[in-house]
Design a protein around this ligand. Structure first.
Ligand code: HEC
Ligand code: HEC
Length: 341
């Protein structure tokens, strides 16, 4: 873990606010506006670990081991990393995720990058905190298919795990809670690396192309992207209908049937490392970044739930390629793959 990279929810939210201020301000058009826009994307403060699950190296190390271990699936063939693969932007490169038995799930596997700052989890926000996501994939019959108690028994029968849990929690018993605490301590360290975009806002004019710089101005201006993809991680952590889903694929609307704006609303994903994890959206229905920009240009399905900033943009061919060039500058420079210890 690099402490310099790890930054606070509070500052993150403040920065997100600054981003929308920068877009709506007329000053956004001139040079001082550009400086304000850049400032809205600087790294936030350190991760705030929950009080009842503070960081420790032993927990992080154990969580990492669990994350990459197929012992967590019924068939012993599937780990968390099968679907959240660090080399594929912590997603899986598939349209929809495929579980251990070969069954297709109903959703695309989201990235886990910068998950420490996401307040509500799941494409439709069904999970209230990171800890509560742990056994959802492990025990879902179509996902990893392993009942809770079977996992506890498997880990308890493995002396290496018993000693790793003892080191992390000062007692040998392995419980649902300690498994959750170890895995989430590791997940909170999954943070995007410095990218060419970060070097540019840090003052290195040559770090990104002129096309990408024009794309950044569009992103914050006429294309309205920053109204939702705000702040350092390029997400407001909130839910919107961008005109993609149809039929009974209601997203957050399932929980709030009387809210017009939450019908077909899904969580805004971070755009860090976005070029590494095609296909896109909660249903994996958009194959490339070019196609994503075409979608926004056309405005998606027009209906009462569609978010206000989503509209026909009438971008030129050059503007569309400028936006894609900008999105590609958000890929971090991780030199070597993340390996289990
Ligand atoms: C078969 C593929 C698959 C496996 C294996 C898997 N996941 Fe996921 N994961 C998904 C999908 C699909 C979603 C989206 C679920 C939703 O939105 O309801 C998801 C969502 C998540 C989220 C929420 C992300 C967000 O942005 O809201 C977290 C956290 C997560 N998984 C962690 C894990 C952990 C930890 C493991 C291992 C114990 C794991 N996953 C195993 C496919 C998988
Ligand atoms: C109203 C809020 C909003 C605006 C404005 C917006 N987005 Fe999005 N964006 C979202 C949401 C929500 C999703 C996920 C939708 C889904 O999964 O169905 C998304 C998904 C994406 C994705 C796919 C990411 C992934 O991991 O799957 C990309 C890329 C993207 N947006 C880029 C842009 C660009 C470029 C613009 C401006 C042209 C833009 N967005 C404008 C909310 C917004």
């Amino acid at each position: 873990m690099r402490p310099g990279r790890i930054l606070a929810a509070v500052a993150f939210l403040a920065l997100a606010g600054l981003a929308s201020w920068a877009t709506s301000s007329p000053a956004a058009q001139d040079t001082s506006g550009l400086a304000a826009m850049k400032a809205a994307y600087r790294h936030p403060d350190p991760i705030e670990y929950p009080e009842d699950n503070p960081f420790s190296e032993a927990k992080e190390k154990l969580g990492r081991k669990l994350f990459f271990d197929p012992i967590l699936s019924l068939s012993r063939t599937y780990s968390c990393a099968s679907c959240h693969n660090p080399d594929l932007g912590w997603s899986d490169g598939l349209r929809k995720a495929i579980g251990f038995s070969g069954a297709e799930l109903s959703l695309h596997a989201p990235t886990l990058l910068n998950i420490a700052w996401i307040p509500i989890l799941g494409w439709d926000g069904r999970f209230q905190d990171l800890e509560s996501v742990t056994f959802a994939p492990i025990s879902a019959p179509l996902n990893m298919g392993l009942p809770k108690q079977m996992l506890i028994d498997r880990l308890t029968a493995d002396p290496a795990y018993v000693s790793a849990f003892t080191e992390a929690f000062a007692k040998p018993e392995i419980t649902e809670r300690t498994i959750e605490q170890a895995l989430t301590t590791f997940e909170r360290t999954i943070i995007s690396d410095e990218s060419p975009f970060d070097r540019w806002i840090g003052g290195d004019e040559g770090a990104i192309s002129d096309a990408a710089k024009r794309g950044f101005a569009l992103f914050n201006g006429r294309a309205h992207c920053a109204e939702c993809h705000a702040g350092w991680a390029f997400t407001d952590g909130s839910f919107h209908d961008i005109g993609v889903a149809r039929g009974d694929d209601l997203g957050r609307g399932r929980f709030f049937p009387s809210s017009v704006k939450l019908q077909y609303a899904f969580k805004t994903p971070t755009l860090r490392d976005v070029a590494k994890r095609a296909p896109y959206m909660h249903d994996g229905s958009v194959p490339t970044l070019e196609a994503v920009v075409d979608h926004y240009d056309q405005g998606g399905i027009e209906r009462p739930s569609r978010a206000e900033p989503i509209m026909k943009l009438q971008l030129s061919v050059r503007e569309k390629s400028d936006l894609v060039a900008f999105l590609k500058t958000l890929t971090g420079d991780r030199a070597k793959p993340v390996e289990p210890h």
